[in-house]
Design a protein around this ligand. Structure first.
Ligand SMILES: C[S@@+](CC[C@H](N)C(=O)[O-])C[C@H]1O[C@@H](n2cnc3c(N)ncnc32)[C@H](O)[C@@H]1O
Length: 492
């Protein structure tokens, strides 16, 4: 019997960590058939080739084969431990800085939104920043919409339904004050870089990764858990699901027994908090638009990037000229600062497609797409951005960061070095070069880059903003550089 799906299973395993033993094989096969049909592909070999080459097709397969089962207030005993033990401990440790919480493998959002409700109930909603990530873009799209069916609320106490949901024809809508507490991002736990600034996954005080590792093989699960611990702050906690593999004995962690089972903490934490600083990413102020006499024609990307559809097609005489156009780019910046990356991408795409005279609009577009996990489109726009001195260094840095994520190491190094040639003191470019070198196996080179970043940051007050760092202050970045240096030592 030929087994057409073996190669696909191997590829998926390498790319995502997901294992498909005999008992779960059917899920993979059904997912392949469904995805092939949707992409008009008949031959499994051709399908495998396209999986390698087409990120969208790969995403669709991943959405089809991942188990997105989840509901609000899942595992109530564990939530009680979070509310009664972990949050009070964290509040005491971090003193006045915001708490950073990460729901890794968040599916359609019920888990991070539950955490947001807990924070709201505890009166600390204005002190938490919740990041939620998943590999399924389809799940993330639904999560952002925040409309749920009755089934998702099956564990929700009546008082919570009453307070935080509005009845709609087809289910329930979460109230905006809870919805807006959570930032959703794409992240592949098996492949993407974390802890990393570029994915906002660093210095987390509480990491929940529940009912995700259960689908991984043992080695991948341990590797993910270890990186999740590295992503936690010094006072941070890691909470897995009740059926997830136990870490005790597999990893060097502190294990804390609670009424709802084991939870974990990074070994040897000092209990001191990282420097007080705003932890929520905010956009750095961009330079004002440089208005030239004639707007330069927009350079055409080599292939049409998969950007959000501009509301107005470029052929329909888009608004041009400085009276009408800067507000568009300003609005995009404003949505970016509010972390509304969908809208920021839409508005900046409109500005860019309309031949904007504001080069910073390209940067907003690239950053928004990158934050939405649309790395390929972001990289294409980055390559097509105008050669304008006002954005040249940041553009080269973003290009480097994106190319690292796309595993194009050599080009990433070139781009990072170019950014540094333009500005030797560009801290973020040192980080990007370090990331690219570390991935290529050049540990000594990576160490040099992180050390450069560390030294530059040592000269800055901890709370001062750092250019192109999305609001991350110098103090937190310095800790990141120190963490990267420690990780390199560990790898050696
Ligand atoms: C069963 S749901 C868990 C949802 C939630 N954490 C809970 O416990 O209710 C598992 C989620 O893990 C996600 N997932 C699987 N592999 C992943 C990977 N490599 N990276 C990120 N997310 C992944 C799936 O897409 C799915 O949404």
């Amino acid at each position: 019997v030929t087994e057409p799906w073996n190669a696909v299973a191997d590829f998926v395993h390498t790319a995502t960590g997901l294992a498909f033993p005999a008992g779960r094989r059917r899920i993979l096969e059904d997912g392949c058939v469904q995805t092939m049909r949707a992409h008009r592909c008949r031959d499994p070999d051709a399908f495998l080739g396209r999986l390698h080459a087409e990120p969208e097709l790969f995403d669709d397969l991943v959405s089809a084969i991942t188990i997105g089962e989840t509901y609000f207030f899942r595992h109530a005993e564990q939530l009680a431990v979070i509310r009664d033990v972990i949050l009070p401990d964290l509040l005491a440790s971090v003193r006045d800085r915001p708490l950073r919480i990460w729901s890794a493998g968040c599916a359609t959002g019920e888990e991070p939104y539950t955490l947001a409700i807990l924070a709201h109930e505890a009166g600390i909603a204005n002190r938490v920043h919740i990041v939620a990530t998943d590999i399924s873009r389809q799940a993330l799209r639904l999560a952002r919409v925040a409309r749920f069916r009755e089934w998702s609320l099956r564990g929700t106490p009546a008082a919570m339904r009453e307070r935080y949901f509005e009845r709609r024809e087809e289910g329930y809508e979460l109230v905006p004050r809870i919805r807006d507490l959570v930032e959703f991002r794409y992240l592949n736990l098996a492949a993407d870089a974390y802890p990393a600034l570029s994915t906002a996954t660093w210095g987390m005080d509480l990491v929940l990764c529940r009912n995700v590792l259960i689908y991984f093989d043992a080695a991948s699960a341990a590797a993910v858990a270890s990186r999740l611990l590295e992503s936690s702050s010094e006072c941070g906690w890691l909470v897995l699901g009740a059926s997830d593999p136990l870490l005790e004995g597999r990893l060097d962690v502190d294990v804390v027994a609670t009424a709802a089972g084991l939870v974990y903490r990074r070994k040897g934490r000092s209990g001191t908090s990282p420097p007080a600083a705003p932890a929520v990413a905010i956009a750095r102020p961009h330079p004002r638009p440089i208005v030239t006499a004639a707007a330069p024609p927009p350079p055409q990307p080599s292939q049409p990037p998969q950007a959000p559809q501009p509301r107005q097609s470029p052929t329909q005489a888009p608004p041009r000229g400085r009276e009408v156009e800067p507000p568009l780019a300003d609005a995009a910046r404003e949505r970016y600062a509010a972390r509304d990356y969908e809208r920021a991408a839409e508005l900046s795409a409109q500005a860019v497609e309309g031949g904007t005279v504001d080069p910073a609009a390209w940067i907003v577009l690239v950053r928004s797409l990158a934050n939405l996990g649309r790395t390929v489109a972001a990289a294409r726009y980055c390559a097509a951005a105008p050669e304008d001195p006002a954005i040249a260094a940041e553009r080269a840095y973003l290009e480097a960061t994106l190319l690292v994520q796309l595993d194009r190491g050599e080009e990433a190094m070139r781009a990072a070095r170019h950014a540094l040639y333009l500005d030797r003191s560009f801290v973020m470019a040192h980080f990007a070069l370090g990331d690219a070198l570390a991935r290529s196996g050049d540990r000594e080179g990576a160490r040099r880059s992180y050390r450069n970043a560390h030294e530059l940051l040592a000269g800055l007050p901890p709370a001062s903003p750092v250019p192109a760092a999305d609001g991350e202050p110098a103090g937190r970045l310095r800790l990141l550089a120190a963490t990267q240096l420690k990780l390199l030592e560990g790898a050696a």
